[in-house]
Write a protein that binds this ligand. Sequence first.
Ligand SMILES: *Cc1c(COP(=O)(O)O)cnc(C)c1O
Length: 376
Amino acid sequence: MTSSSSHGHRPRAQVDIDLDAIRHNLTLLGARAPGSEVMAVVKADAYGHGALPVARAAVEAGASWLGTCSLGEALGLRAAGITTRLFSWLDTPDTDFAPGIEAGIDLAASSLGELRRIADAAKAGTRARVHLKIDTGLSRNGCPPSAWAALVEAAAAEPRVEVVAIWSHLACADEPGHPSIDLQAKRFADAYDTARAAGLDPIRHLANSAALLTRPDLHFDVVRPGIAVYGLNPVPQPEDLRPAMTFRSSVALVKRIEAGESVSYGHTWTAARDTNLALVPAGYADGVPRSLSGRMDVLLGGQRRPVAGRICMDQLVVDCGDYAPAVGDEVVLFGAGAHGEPTAREWADELGTIDYEIVTSMYRPRVRRRYLGDRS
Ligand SMILES: *Cc1c(COP(=O)(O)O)cnc(C)c1O
């Protein structure tokens, strides 16, 4: 799955993943939660960065857990040789948990039904490792507090299950000081007391990236950073995180047009003066949102230059003025921002979304992925 960097040709569209940045971010996050183990969240193909290379880099930099959403994602990592503790938390009722239990993958239960399905999948003589989830106020998955005592009591009485942890997830950790955070923390403490009263002795985990960075009192035994692993900062304060993903293409064709000529479908852009255009073979099928037409720049020849007219399925056009790019010149669509290029955050702000969605949508068959700093 690792695209080799030995291809000599210029990419149409390429995503570079800097594994040194991933390791740097993990080291920083580990240092910020010194008393806790770190579970690097690599769901959704590591937020579009590639689950296996990111998992390896995260483990190299000290992650002792990896988190996935689906069991399939966790099994894929096991099959590829990842021996680190894996936790997978959201599957459908028809999921067969038996392969996960055999592979030593920790599973989540939010209800008696889920607990039973997991217990039933454990082969005689084996125990499934389960993390019981309490809904402390996100109202997504997790067991409501009213049903919690019954869940922990059933889990404590179930010999085919080992209760490893209780856990929950925060709704507003990226808004430090939001009153829901303390309320969720209080409910989490109550849920822990109830679990202890039922005879359990679980570890606890609650903190996503934002809580890891802003709420040391909520780190507990394991922290679960996702977005910060990829170098994107979810909190208002600046942090020394390094975005790992750079989206590049290159100039495929250069031409000069006269003032008054228009560019791309619908002729939404007309040259006000004679100008040089650079054609870039990356479009919305490659992850450049069409709704950024007329609203984005690229870095080309050391400067930001605007995209002219509509972004097409396979290509876009850059207005270069009197600057004359050469065919083959590199074009950066977004990156860490260190050289003046746009960032995923900038795209997200322009589109009214979050940078999570930008990077996660970059896993596309036509986009080549290249890993920098690969030690495997
Ligand atoms: C995605 C996810 C995380 C990571 O959240 P970030 O905001 O990316 O740090 C942690 N825990 C759970 C349950 C998640 O679904």
